[in-house]
Design a protein around this ligand. Structure first.
Ligand SMILES: Nc1ncnc2c1ncn2[C@@H]1O[C@H](COP(=O)(O)OP(=O)(O)OP(=O)(O)O)[C@@H](O)[C@H]1O
Ligand SMILES: [Zn+2]
Length: 726
């Protein structure tokens, strides 16, 4: 009899022993086991001869689900590292790393692929017979060169097209295994590309020099400097060696436009991993990548777990983006995991951005990462001019000063597009009673409701609470309710009324919900169907709009005075990325920042000296204040219906750590957002000058924390290298 030590989806920092009769399976195979009254799917993590439990207490494995491990040795190591670094239950780490379908116990067998090909009848067809159905014509034309996978046809031509041709008897489906198809390495066809400029060429050759070994690069290139072109040319070398490339992009950056750029350059299929995939689609990409059947895989955060048979290169684009840090469950940072992965697989990693995270910049400046720089824009485009606009004592119309409206008018008249950024969606961030001053608040969060006029609702942006817009004040019953502040909805409406001859589009999470909605909007913007582009963060994420020449940021003052020490860094990144959307082609661009504090040193440094200068100075400040990356943090968070329980729990946690060597304990204190969804929220911050000491203290005490009686009464979590203190 063998003892299998299984990682189970149970929030306990331990493995579970089961007995197994039969040939010992590989580590990383899935098994089905009984757990209490349930049956769970787990992963074989260790194999032992003996258990601490007596034999008659041990339950037996119900079924071995795999003959071959679902995790390769790299993944096993990475999961181990995640569990140990983030102090997270191994079973939950394993769950996070597995595609959902495999978690549920689905067989890890690759399905046959379905391809469309032409029928006998179609080979004799005159293409002109289909001239009224251009899509069908194009598909027939394509299939004359090669068969095409069903999902690919759906993506490129739409399923209606293939259905119509099927009905006409012109195409038919054949099934084939991937292995029988032509491998991607034989399909590579490099399309035309620009000649790299000197800095690009230097970056490309530095990366190429590291192929086949570990190396970490920071590619710091100003917006529009051609970072993507550097990726593309480096990827080309990797693909030509027959090796695979995994590219991570931020959540909102993964549009069909991005994918198209990669697909088009190499002429091969690209595996795409994003949150809108079905479980089966996700599993398919995972399997194809694991078997080496895909050359290129692009995905958001969790794509970092995708196994590769022949890994060659990892890329993390917009490495500063906060979506790379998972904010619940296993709170890992995909960028840090990428470093571990590149190290384990012995391949280079490229971190690219115009606005490096201070952590990353510090690693580059200290020589830990190789620093590649692209200081100027590619082609003929110049950087946008950046300026502040003093709005003190200025009347504002829907959030805009008169001087700004004049600039907008000027740019519109010249046939350009204008982008306006505001950090709040909805019509207005508050509804206030003009008589008594009462503000409509969400009682579960103690925060003002946001007014959404188009939805006829008040919505809480911190929980899901919503209610109809009241007619009277709930405090004094006056009917004089007015909105306060400006959101995207109001700005759009104001601009549409002010500039009736131009079309506007609003891009925020309210308007982009739904499949392909964002991509549709982006395409229309690129076709110049809209001239006024209004939106939130989504607008800042790496889009290439050649006709935008003016960018206005309505209000940065809130972020200038935030209690979060990372707020300045994030604001500087946002401003720089937004400025980077202007003047990307021939026409020069300009960016304006509306502010009540035009002399603020951060703003002045940023617009006069650029992000690079700001960031180096910000690092000095962090060093003086002994903040990350010069110190290391871990954050215990607790929330409960009673503030006292949350506080008491964290106080007990603090007691464990109070004597820990080299570790400072701050708190418990209320979170920046004290109450949310009816729960009171507290936190306890641990900080040390040495990562090792902090890790050691956590190792020593996390088990005791878990065992505290209050630990079952409050909801608590541990966040190592926290990014979010809200
Ligand atoms: N060497 C080059 N010669 C001419 N044009 C180039 C060159 N490299 C890149 N470009 C063009 O410059 C534009 C910007 O390049 P790219 O999108 O790669 O920049 P980026 O640094 O990734 O941009 P961002 O980070 O701002 O999104 C693109 O239209 C690209 O085709
Ligand atoms: Zn709420």
């Amino acid at each position: 009899m063998t003892i299998l030590r299984i990682a189970l989806p149970i929030p306990k920092r331990q493995l579970f022993d089961y007995s197994y009769q039969g040939q010992t399976p590989e580590l990383g195979c899935r098994v089905q086991v009984p757990f209490g009254s349930r049956t769970l799917v787990g992963v074989v993590w260790e194999i032992a001869e003996q258990s601490q439990w007596p034999e008659n207490k041990l339950k037996a494995v119900i079924k071995l689900l795999d003959t071959q491990a679902v995790f390769n040795s790299t993944q096993l190591k990475l999961c181990q590292w995640l569990a140990s670094y983030y102090k997270h239950p191994i079973g939950d780490v394993v769950q996070t790393a597995l595609p959902v379908a495999l978690r549920k116990g689905v067989a890890n067998q690759q399905k046959l692929q379905q391809y469309w090909c032409l029928t006998e009848q179609a080979t004799k067809l005159e293409l002109s017979e289909l001239k009224r159905a251009p899509k069908q014509q194009a598909l027939i034309e394509t299939l004359r060169h090669a068969t095409m996978e069903k999902s690919q046809v759906n993506q490129d031509f739409g399923s209606a097209t293939s259905k119509a041709l099927l009905n006409k008897g012109l195409i038919e489906l054949v099934e084939q295994s991937y292995e029988d198809g032509e491998p991607w390495s034989a399909q590579i066809k490099i399309s035309e590309k620009p000649q790299a400029n000197v800095q690009q060429a230097l970056a490309i050759s530095s990366i190429e020099a590291k192929l086949g070994e570990f190396g970490c690069f920071l590619l710091e290139g100003v917006t529009g400097s051609g970072k993507t072109e550097v990726y593309l040319q480096a990827i080309e070398s990797v693909l030509l060696r027959g090796q695979q490339v995994l590219i991570l992009v931020p959540e909102i950056g993964l549009t069909p436009q991005t994918v198209y750029r990669f697909k088009h350059r190499f002429g091969i299929q690209v595996g795409v991993l994003h949150s809108a995939l079905t479980d089966n689609e996700r599993l398919e990409v995972w399997q194809q990548s694991a078997l080496g059947q895909l050359g290129l895989i692009i995905g958001t955060r969790s794509a970092i777990f995708t196994p590769m048979l022949k890994p060659g290169l990892l890329i993390v684009d917009e490495e500063h983006d906060s979506s790379y840090k998972q904010q619940d469950g296993l709170r890992y940072h995909a960028r840090d995991l990428a470093v571990m992965r590149a190290h384990t697989e012995n391949i280079p990693l490229v971190l690219g951005t115009a606005t490096p995270a201070l952590e990353t910049l510090n690693n580059a400046l200290s020589g830990k990462y190789q620093h590649l720089q692209l200081p100027v824009r590619a082609g003929d485009a110049a950087m946008a001019r950046q300026q502040v606009f003093d709005i003190r004592q200025q009347p504002l119309e829907f959030g805009l000063a008169k001087g700004m409206l004049e600039r907008v008018a000027l740019h519109l008249k010249q046939g350009s597009q204008v982008m306006l950024f505001i950090n709040r969606r909805g019509y207005a961030p508050a509804l206030v009673c003009h008589s008594c001053g009462h503000v409509e608040q969400c009682h579960s969060c103690n925060k003002p409701f946001t007014l959404h006029k188009s939805l006829y609702k008040l919505q809480c942006h911190h929980c899901a609470a919503a209610k109809p817009i009241p007619k009277r004040c709930e405090n004094c019953h006056s009917g004089e309710l007015t909105s306060q502040g400006v959101g995207t909805e109001q700005l759009e409406q104001g601009l549409a009324d002010y500039f009736p001859a131009y079309k506007s589009v609003r891009i925020d999470s309210d308007t982009t919900r739904g499949k392909n909605k964002l991509d549709d909007m982006l395409n229309k913007i690129n076709n110049n169907e809209f001239q006024l582009l209004i939106g939130t963060q989504i607008l800042s994420k790496g889009h290439h709009f050649p006709n935008v020449t003016l960018v206005i940021i309505l209000d940065v003052d809130g972020a200038l005075f935030s209690a979060d020490y990372r707020a300045a860094e994030h604001l500087a990144q946002l401003i720089t990325q937004l400025a980077g959307r202007a003047g990307r082609a021939e026409k020069p661009g300009e960016m304006w920042l509306q502010t009540h504090d035009p002399a603020h040193p951060l703003l002045q440094d940023l617009i006069n000296n650029g992000y690079g200068h700001f960031a180096r100075y910000a690092l000095l400040e962090r060093q003086q204040a002994n903040l990350p990356p010069y110190s290391f943090q871990a954050l215990f968070k607790a929330q409960a219906l009673s503030a006292r329980d949350a506080h008491e729990f964290l106080q007990q946690v603090a007691d464990f750590f109070s004597g820990a060597e080299g570790v400072m304990c701050l708190g418990p204190i209320p979170a920046l957002m004290e109450k949310r969804q009816g729960q009171y929220r507290m936190q306890l911050l641990l900080q040390s000058n040495q990562r090792g000491l902090l890790q050691q203290a956590l190792n020593q005490h996390v088990g005791s924390v878990e065992a505290l009686p209050l630990a079952t009464k409050v909801r608590w979590s541990l966040d190592v290298d926290p990014q979010d203190f809200s």
